[in-house]
Design a protein around this ligand. Structure first.
Ligand SMILES: [Fe+2]
Ligand SMILES: [Fe+2]
Length: 237
């Protein structure tokens, strides 16, 4: 059955099962979690947002050796769109009482970012799979952190409606930024690259798929560490 699916759909299935379960695990417990814990999760997610352009740039540079130059063009488009997003995230959080720069290193986040960096180069097909998987999961991240940020803002007496932090999540969700990143890369995940012009490397579908699954595994490991830290024994399932 699964073999009839396009490669992007197979990757999506794996990703969806991780993101749906993680989102449910966290949002079910949202009212019971300390504001401090929510703030901490946001600070850790900010690290990924802050690292994003660097990771995309690694992938853009290494995919330049593909015969199909469209991947590099799409990653550059993504970089241009992401430019300025981390400062907006930081300011949006500052406006509702959190300074993300006060964050203390959490080793699993460091390890996660190192793993994504390792997957983003030098193998261009693996990088394409990795970025496809992380851009797909970015939709779930914004949906989840939209709710966390709302909870923090409301508990502190700030209006969420009209806030910069809500706008930050809205541009990624309602305005379609993350869906656009996912769809933009899906085209190359599913492309029949055998006839690509030029002398560069062909997209290797096995490497691509492997990269996507390794990235999903890294995201799962990271999220499990994050949830392990914030969910008390009574709220863990
Ligand atoms: Fe962004
Ligand atoms: Fe994105």
């Amino acid at each position: 059955m699964s073999t009839d699916l396009r490669l992007s759909q197979r990757i999506d299935e794996r990703n969806d099962s991780f993101t749906a379960a993680t989102k449910k695990r966290l949002l079910d417990q949202l009212p019971h979690l300390e504001t401090e814990s929510l703030e901490w999760l946001i600070m850790e997610h900010y690290q990924f947002s802050f690292a994003n352009v660097g990771l995309l740039s690694l992938a853009r540079d290494c995919t330049a050796k593909l015969a199909n130059q469209g991947v590099t063009v799409e990653l550059q488009r993504n970089i241009d769109e992401e430019d300025g997003h981390a400062p907006m995230y930081r300011q949006g959080m500052r406006n509702i009482g959190t300074d993300v720069d006060e964050r203390v290193e959490f080793k699993p986040t460091t390890a996660f970012l190192a793993k994504v960096r390792e997957l983003s180069a030098p193998n261009p097909s693996r990088a394409l799979g990795t970025l496809y998987a992380t851009e797909t999961a970015a939709i779930f991240e914004h949906e989840t952190f939209f709710e966390l940020c709302r909870e923090v803002a409301e508990r502190r007496g700030f209006a969420y409606q009209g806030s910069l932090i809500k706008k930050f999540h809205d541009i990624h969700l309602d305005e379609g930024v993350e869906q656009g990143h996912k769809d933009g890369l899906a085209e190359f995940v599913d492309v029949d690259d055998t006839a690509a012009p030029g002398t560069g490397e062909k997209i290797d579908k096995a490497d691509l798929e492997q990269g996507a699954y390794e990235a999903i595994e890294a995201m799962e490991t990271w999220w499990n560490a994050l949830l392990e830290k914030v969910l008390t024994p009574a709220t863990k399932h």
